[in-house]
Design a protein around this ligand. Structure first.
Ligand SMILES: Cc1ncc(COP(=O)(O)O)c(C=O)c1O
Length: 391
């Protein structure tokens, strides 16, 4: 790694946190998670919990109940948390609810759809894909066509917000055709749940998956699935892995109130605090409003500086936005990244196969003050790098 390519870990500066009065001593994370959390969420980890203790079991129970309520799914589904990152929860869900002789249609338009397909290959579960490349959304018509032509397909897997480009996929429309075709829908809502609407009474899904460190604004360490109760009851023996068997985890949790194996106690306690703060902000609607405002302010300011977004406005999620890297010869992503980090902001590299790009997230403890400051420092950094863009 050359000096220019290495990430600068030297001194960083912070930005005043005008709204909450909280200024972290590290840079703000403008990424898809882990994200910048509140001080109170971090403080909730300053206690050592006994994993078998009733006090910790009460935290787990409240977390599970609150997550179900957020999805309006108390009557129809159950919530099963699992240790690990988001991908562990996706693998656990696919392995638990897709029967060993099932077949999954994976809708791919980016890295996380691709990961589901790879996960199914590892598990040896039959699957086919609709691959739309880097970001084009799958259409309900093509999904209906494939389902009509292949009766062996039992399940459809879809990413709600494909975080690799930031696109918001047409989840409701696809759920309708999947239901009409009598198949099950598995939604990777990793970067969507808590900020984008999910109502199990209207959106028909067999399972929906997310993780602690996304829009609820907890810290990383576990994921969870909200699974149709009747389906989970019939899922004994499907799983390919003991650790990732959500049926077994659920049965044990229902019986004992405990996690099967060592839980990430501090992370779960922090997540409960984050859930309280999510509620205080107005729940999903409140968070959607703030993140959308962050996106609108950030995208407008970046466009004024001469950057172009990958996606048209209608597809931009309030989670993360992909920008094309400017073609100017003096623009180099690592250099841009390091200079922004030195001014208190960590952005994210792009994940497109065809074009040079980078991403800026809108989620976490970010408000107008941080977005405005980001735009000021991006302008400064461009000038410093000698990159002049046409606004
Ligand atoms: C949509 C989506 N699915 C899956 C994942 C994988 O999660 P993890 O990196 O926590 O394993 C992510 C991570 O950002 C994601 O955004």
């Amino acid at each position: 790694m050359t000096a220019q390519n290495s990430v600068d870990t030297a001194q960083t500066v912070t930005v005043d946190q005008a709204v909450t009065g909280y200024a972290p001593t590290e840079p703000y994370l403008l990424t898809p998670g882990p994200i910048t959390t509140t001080l109170t969420t971090k403080q909730a980890m300053l206690h050592d919990w006994g994993s078998w203790d009733g006090d910790f079991n009460a935290i787990t129970a409240e977390v599970r109940q609150r997550l179900l309520a957020l999805a309006n799914a108390e009557q129809s589904h159950v919530c099963v948390p699992v240790q690990g990152s988001g991908s562990f929860a996706v693998e656990a869900t696919l392995g638990t609810i897709v029967p060993r002789d099932g077949k999954v249609l994976v809708l791919m338009n980016g890295a996380y759809g691709q990961r589901m397909s790879k996960t199914l290959s590892y598990m040896g579960r039959d699957h086919v894909v609709i691959d739309k490349g880097d970001y084009a959304p799958p259409t309900p018509e093509e999904v209906a066509e494939v389902l009509a032509s292949d009766p062996a397909i039992t399940d459809v897997a879809l990413v709600y917000c494909e975080t690799s480009s930031g696109i918001l996929n047409p989840v409701a429309e696809i759920a309708t055709v999947v239901e009409q075709a009598g198949r099950r829908l598995i939604i990777d809502a990793m970067s969507a749940f808590g900020a984008l609407p999910v109502d199990a009474r209207e959106l028909k899904f067999a399972a929906l998956i997310s993780a602690a460190n996304k829009c609820i604004e907890g810290v990383p360490g576990f994921g969870y699935a909200i699974i149709d109760r009747d389906l989970l009851e019939r899922s004994e023996g499907n799983a390919h892995s003991l650790c990732l068997d959500l049926y077994d985890q659920w049965v044990y949790m229902e019986r004992t109130g405990q996690w099967r194996f060592t839980p990430p106690t501090h992370v779960v306690a922090a997540f409960l605090q984050a859930l309280h703060e999510h509620e205080a902000e107005g729940g999903t609607a409140g968070r959607h409003a703030r993140y959308s405002r962050n996106r609108d302010r950030m995208v407008a300011g970046m466009r004024e500086l001469g950057f172009r977004t990958l996606l048209d406005d209608q597809w931009l999620s309030p989670i993360i936005t992909t920008f094309f890297s400017p073609e100017h010869p003096a623009f180099e992503f690592r250099d841009f990244y390091n200079r922004l980090k030195a001014r208190g902001f960590i952005i994210y590299p792009g994940k497109l196969t065809e074009a040079e790009s980078f991403r800026i997230g809108c989620i976490g403890q970010l408000y107008d003050a941080q977005i405005d400051q980001l735009l000021v420092v991006v302008a400064e950094v461009l000038q410093e790098m000698g990159v002049a863009l046409d606004a």
